[in-house]
Ligand binder design. Structure first.
Ligand SMILES: Cc1cc2nc3c(=O)[nH]c(=O)nc-3n(C[C@H](O)[C@H](O)[C@H](O)COP(=O)(O)O)c2cc1C
Length: 204
């Protein structure tokens, strides 16, 4: 089985990159393969342009950079997103990747004349988000529920992809990173076990 691990962080030495490396190591240890998509290093352009709108309206094929990302996803059995929480959501770079790559005609099929067809039923998704705040803050303000509604359900369920793991690695700026790195490795090791069993884990 093959995983596409998408990282959205500008610094290679960041905890986010360290967590992604541990996920990758865990995938390798489980005897599976992975590919890294480092959106910042690869200079993915997250700006949604008129060309992307033409794709949405089914008037043009995807631009080359979007088609290349869709091909990477087509090769993957599992998608792992590793990102820091920015303003109780994902970073703009990653949101732009979703906006552009999860396009009408590829991720879903929608036209005013027909019903929505979800097209990513075979894709298993694992969300690994680093967060500076603590669990109480997420619970008190409903941020965790808001993120799950918007990301897990609003994006991935809309396309038919199943979110198998949805993990928040909390207090990332104040806690010893060792626990988060170990958790990331465990997620990598169990990536395809969890997918096969269809379990949804959520420790936050
Ligand atoms: C622009 C910005 C916005 C942030 N917003 C949030 C937030 O809404 N909630 C949160 O828990 N942490 C927030 N943080 C903290 C980061 O999620 C946290 O520091 C994370 O560990 C950053 O990843 P890194 O350690 O790999 O740099 C924010 C950080 C930045 C830079």
């Amino acid at each position: 089985m093959h995983a596409l691990i998408v990282i959205s962080h500008p610094e290679p030495a960041s905890l986010t990159h360290g967590v992604a490396a541990q996920v990758a190591e865990g995938v390798s240890l489980s005897g599976n393969s992975f590919e890294i998509a480092d959106l910042a290093a690869e200079a993915f352009d997250p700006r949604f342009t008129a060309a992307d709108l033409a794709v949405h309206r089914r008037k043009a094929p995807p631009p080359a950079d979007v088609a290349a990302e869709q091909e990477r996803l087509d090769r993957a059995d599992a998608l792992v997103l590793v990102y820091p929480v920015y303003w109780w959501s994902m970073p703009g770079l990653l949101k732009g990747w979703i906006d552009r790559v999860f396009s009408n005609g590829w991720a879903f099929d929608f036209s005013p004349e027909s019903k929505l067809v979800k097209q990513l039923g075979d894709l298993r998704v694992h969300l690994v988000a680093l967060a500076g705040s603590d669990a109480r803050t997420y619970a008190r303000h409903g941020y965790l529920g808001a993120m799950k509604t918007q990301i897990d359900h609003g994006i991935f369920d809309y396309c038919g992809a199943r979110v198998v793991t949805s993990e928040l690695l909390l207090e990332s700026e104040t806690q010893d990173p060792a626990a988060h790195l170990a958790a990331a490795r465990a997620i990598g090791r169990g990536l395809f076990d969890a997918s096969r069993r269809g379990e949804v884990t959520d420790t936050a």
